[in-house]
Design a protein. Sequence first.
Length: 280
Amino acid sequence: MKIGSDEHKRRFCDQFIASHNRYDPETLAWPELDEAALARLRAIPFWPEVLYTERRAGAIVDAYATTIIDPMVREAVKLQGFEEARHANLLRLMVRRYRIAAEERPLEQIGPDLYRAFADFGYGECLDAFLGFGVFKIARRSGFLPEPMFAIFETLMHEENRHIVFFINWMAWEQARRGRGMPWLRSAVAARYYGRAIGRLLGTIRRGQAENNGTDFSATEASVFLEGFSVRGLVEECCAEHARRMKAFDPELLQPRLLPRLAAVALTGLRLGGRARGRR
Ligand SMILES: [Fe+2]
Ligand SMILES: [Fe+2]
């Protein structure tokens, strides 16, 4: 299958549309939480940001969908917009049900270049998903919340996984159509977008720290999650989970590869550094 061909387009659109899961967040099996679990859920500092990101995602994807001429691609992107809006609804429901402090701030304007907004958002999702997969795995293993909560979040994680595989293929298909499909150029473009996505993520973290007025996550009920935490352990989990989750997809389709590769290089550095320190 040639990347950028009609066959490629049919395959990444088909896989995305056929794997859409019909459910209503209201009817999910929301568990009763005891006081300790409630305190841990409420201590997670990033719920307002996650809710905002999902609302913004829905707005960007919907806006971009209206500009797409190809009916099959448009249908798939519209479906993604629907799923992003459903993520926001799911989170709203959770916030209300468990009385989590997460106010909704107004959405910032989307820039006039919707292609760029969609691409920026897509690479941002690849970065968030890569990190999210590892954090999710560690949190689940540590029993940070009761398992039924993780079962609900798993629905969301799986959809994000479908989104990033769809996005990476759409991007390559779109670049090929624009005569910019050479692998080296695709990597260079991806590196530029990832650079911006990392910058935005760091900005969000800094803003979050300032807004939390120095409330230390590790000093709260949430500290269970951080027991034995290390950067190397996190990066290892991110890589392993990314690889495991990607196995569920058509191996002929493209997958996000730049971040796992960079992470593998970073891990080698961390391991070598660890060994050198061990010898000293
Ligand atoms: Fe989402
Ligand atoms: Fe998504």
